[in-house]
Design a protein around this ligand. Structure first.
Ligand code: HEC
Length: 148
């Protein structure tokens, strides 16, 4: 009976397997990172931008109305009311800024201009132009400090 040295398990290199596992780990890590970023992005609150876009739409419609000579109260009041209601949500939309005094002042300033316009609604295009100017100034008063 001779011993059979050939049958002994040959020391094998595992380098290939390690490389494979390393690359697999990289790939899994990359996929997980992308999924994590997506989840973070999805959690970003769409409300503040949505509020701003609706404000922009409504005030844009008022400017269009002035240009098109549609300046009766029935054309403008609903939009002014919508703008006034929406501007109640300025602070809740930007919880991080709401405690800043300048932000609060700008928000109150816009609400005050709208209150004034609702108390004495524009009856002709000259008055509507003045209201539009005041509303635009209200937007700018905040954007100057808080929008880049
Ligand atoms: C009290 C503060 C404040 C007032 C008043 C205000 N905004 Fe803004 N607005 C912001 C801030 C803060 C941003 C920046 C938001 C951001 O970067 O996510 C912004 C951004 C915007 C944007 C860009 C949105 C985007 O997604 O890029 C528009 C359009 C806009 N505002 C329209 C208006 C209009 C129109 C008015 C007035 C009727 C108005 N805003 C009044 C604070 C205000």
């Amino acid at each position: 009976m001779s011993s059979q040295p050939d049958a002994a398990p040959r020391p094998r290199s595992h380098a290939g397997r390690y490389l494979f596992l390393f690359l697999l780990g990289l790939a899994v890590g990359a996929v997980a990172a992308v999924m994590g970023l997506r989840a973070l992005q999805a959690r970003a609150d769409p409300f503040p931008d949505a509020l701003m876009h609706v404000l922009a739409h409504q005030s844009g419609q008022l400017r269009e109305a002035a240009k098109a000579n549609r300046c009766a109260a029935s054309d403008t009041l609903p939009r002014l009311q919508t703008l006034r209601m929406l501007s109640n949500d300025l602070e809740p939309a930007f919880p991080g800024l709401a405690s800043d005094a300048r932000f609060g002042e700008a928000a109150s300033g816009l609400r005050a201009s709208l209150d004034q316009a609702l108390a004495a609604p524009p009856t002709d295009c000259a008055q509507l132009a003045a209201v539009n100017q005041a509303v635009g100034d209200g937007c700018k008063a905040c954007h100057r400090d808080f929008k880049n």
